[in-house]
Design a protein around this ligand. Structure first.
Ligand code: ZN
Length: 139
């Protein structure tokens, strides 16, 4: 598998609007997109930092994955996402190496990315996402 860069860092927050204010007002970053991902019960906000994005995640329902995460651990770093060229192959490859997968096949995430999560049991406790931008491969 070839990882090209850190695509984004996901941060669980209780209040998206308040957090956007922090990132814009105090860190001087600009939120360029807010998007709800119904499937994941989250609202996301994106900031570009060089080649990498910050993805803020607020749960839209208490029983969603982010809601449960915050209940257990509080706000904070939720996941790290690596950009790969061929997600399907990358998943097969790491699975063959004994990595436990949460998603055995890619699904759709925010920004129309194809995404899949690796289980934190296999990744030193950090929920790890592999993602591929399908638009880059259509040409
Ligand atoms: Zn993500």
């Amino acid at each position: 598998m070839k990882i090209s860069h850190i695509e984004h860092i996901g941060i669980a927050v209780k209040n998206l609007d308040e957090s956007i204010k922090f990132y814009e007002g105090k860190l001087g970053l600009k939120c360029y997109a807010v998007e709800e991902v119904k499937d994941q019960k989250v609202k996301t906000a994106f900031f570009m930092v060089g080649q990498t994005k910050i993805e803020l995640l607020e749960s839209t329902e208490p029983d969603g994955p982010i809601g449960k995460f915050i209940e257990r651990k509080g706000e904070g770093l939720h996941h790290i996402a690596f950009a790969v060229e061929d997600l399907r192959n990358a998943l097969d490859e790491v699975e063959a190496l004994g990595v436990e997968l949460i998603d055995k096949v890619p699904r759709k995430g925010a920004e129309n990315m194809d995404i899949a999560f690796l289980h934190p049991k296999s990744t030193n406790g950090i929920l790890t996402e592999l993602c591929e931008n399908p638009e880059l491969n259509d040409e």
